[in-house]
Design a protein around this ligand. Structure first.
Ligand SMILES: [Cu+2]
Length: 105
């Protein structure tokens, strides 16, 4: 019967790893000279995106038909991701400023 236990234990350990909750992360996106950096981020539901605006003008992170986050000059603003999917966003004041996030479930 000992052999049975030895075989089962690694399987239980693997199951524990798969079901353990993954800690939510904060992902920083810097805005400098009208550029989101990194332009594309990989995230998951529950993560927080924090935009850090180094410019002296206000920016937004805006999703067409969706949410908008205002990022005042020399300030930061954040958003916790609640839905999975690929999201394209832009700055309402400077439509050439574009970013993307790929949000895993
Ligand atoms: Cu802007």
């Amino acid at each position: 019967m000992k052999a049975g236990v030895l075989i089962r234990l690694p399987w239980l350990a693997a199951l524990a790893l798969m079901t353990a909750p993954v800690a939510a992360a904060t992902i920083e996106v810097t805005i400098d000279k009208l550029v989101f950096s990194p332009a594309t981020v990989e995230a998951k539901v529950g993560d927080t995106i924090e935009w850090v605006n180094k410019d002296v003008v206000a920016h937004t992170a805006t999703v067409r038909g969706g949410w908008e986050v205002m990022i005042p000059p020399k300030k930061s603003a954040s958003l916790t991701l609640k839905a999975a999917g690929a999201v394209d966003y832009f700055c309402r004041f400077h439509p050439n400023m574009r970013g993307q996030m790929n949000v895993a479930p």
